[in-house]
Design a protein around this ligand. Structure first.
Ligand SMILES: Cc1ncc(COP(=O)(O)O)c(C=O)c1O
Length: 352
């Protein structure tokens, strides 16, 4: 990758090792359960998260939607955060496709929802109300600057779910970032959840793919849901081969992305005009703003001319990943300092 693309960790290209594994992958028809590479990936993911079974999906969105549709019936309700990816950025898929309503709660700075608010959102047995069936958590918490949430908190929510006869789904699109930041095993974060979604195509660099993980019985039902959503793939071992490398070899290096994000946040904070937002515990996101006097389009274009791709504005989210080295971070900080100095100087000139 020649450009410094900070829009997301989804922009990561497969590594050379992944490309080689894809070229040589053993494949079969996965709708018949015949693809040995997909089967290996599913078994590996289930073991990694301490669950009985896993199902390979094309995207994290499909895994989350399939999980919700498998746990819930029409007329059920899901408790989740107002900023949950499943609520905000996935068209509330279970609501749209399955007649499942969503009860969104506030999240706090540390990415958690209040336990008493979760309890308070659980509906009573009354024909006026939908039936609460599922609680969804996210880890890391996208809407709180990708801060990780602890195994203890997840356990507390899991206890509420069990006591009240509900299921708990964990959107772990960046679960391995959380595990790296908290220095715990992924299975500890996954243990309280009935189902977990992990994504292979973000910081782990696979070209696509997600796994939905849970009990054997749940995954058997989720297989039917995946089929109706059009997610039954054929020789998917070609991409699953990259997924195996993602899970085996790429998890351990995620702490590097957290260091480059910290480096970026610290560097940007020294630039006049930039405000870096605090985050409870940093993983790989940096949220920052440029002054309202600076023209966003011109700023983004000037950075692009220097090979740095940004998304947003005047509030930006920069995400570090495999292709963002410490040298590239330093280059980005220097480029942004130069561009802002120029553009703020021009604005000052206009006002004089
Ligand atoms: C927390 C979270 N969940 C789910 C997704 C969905 O991933 P995809 O768009 O690859 O399906 C994303 C995407 O960025 C995400 O950040």
């Amino acid at each position: 990758m020649n450009t410094i693309d900070l829009r997301s960790d989804t922009v990561t290209h497969p590594t050379p090792a992944m490309r080689e594994a894809m070229a040589n992958a053993l494949v079969g028809d996965d709708v018949y359960g015949d693809d040995p590479t997909v089967n290996e990936l599913q078994a590996y993911a289930a073991d990694l998260l301490g669950k009985e079974a896993a199902l390979y999906m094309p995207t994290a969105t499909m895994s989350n939607t399939a999980a919700a549709l498998t746990h819930c019936r029409r007329g059920d309700e899901i408790i989740l955060s107002k900023k949950a990816h499943m609520f905000v950025f996935e068209q509330s898929g279970a609501a749209q496709l399955g007649g499942v309503s969503m009860y969104p709660l506030d999240i706090r700075f540390d990415g958690t929802m209040s336990l008493s608010e979760i309890e308070g959102a659980i509906r009573g047995d009354d024909p006026h109300f939908p039936r609460t069936a599922l609680i969804c958590l996210e880890n890391t918490v996208h809407g709180a600057g990708a801060t990780p949430i602890t195994a203890e908190y997840t356990q507390q929510v899991g206890e509420i779910a069990r006591r009240r006869g509900l299921k708990l789904h964990l959107d772990g699109a960046r679960l391995f970032n959380a595990a790296a930041a908290l220095k715990v095993q992924p299975r500890e974060l996954a243990a309280p959840a009935d189902s977990v979604q992990i994504c292979l195509s973000k910081g782990l660099c696979a070209p696509l793919g997600s796994l939905l993980v849970g009990s054997r019985e749940f995954i058997a039902r989720a297989l039917r849901t995946r089929k109706v959503l059009g997610g039954g793939m054929r020789q998917a071992g070609i991409v699953a081969a990259a997924g195996l490398i993602a899970l085996r070899d790429m998890r351990e290096r995620l702490a590097e992305d957290h260091r480059t994000a910290a480096q970026l946040a610290e560097g940007l904070a020294t630039i006049e005009g930039i405000t870096v937002e605090p985050v409870h515990l940093r993983t790989n996101f940096v949220l920052f703003s440029i002054p309202p006097s600076v023209n966003v389009r011109e700023f983004v274009e000037a950075m692009k001319a220097r090979n740095v791709i940004l998304r947003g504005g005047p509030r930006f989210r920069a995400v570090t990943h495999y292709w963002i080295t410490p040298e590239r971070v330093q280059y980005t900080i220097d480029a942004m300092r130069e561009v802002l100095a120029q553009q703020m100087g021009q604005t000052a000139g206009v006002h004089q």
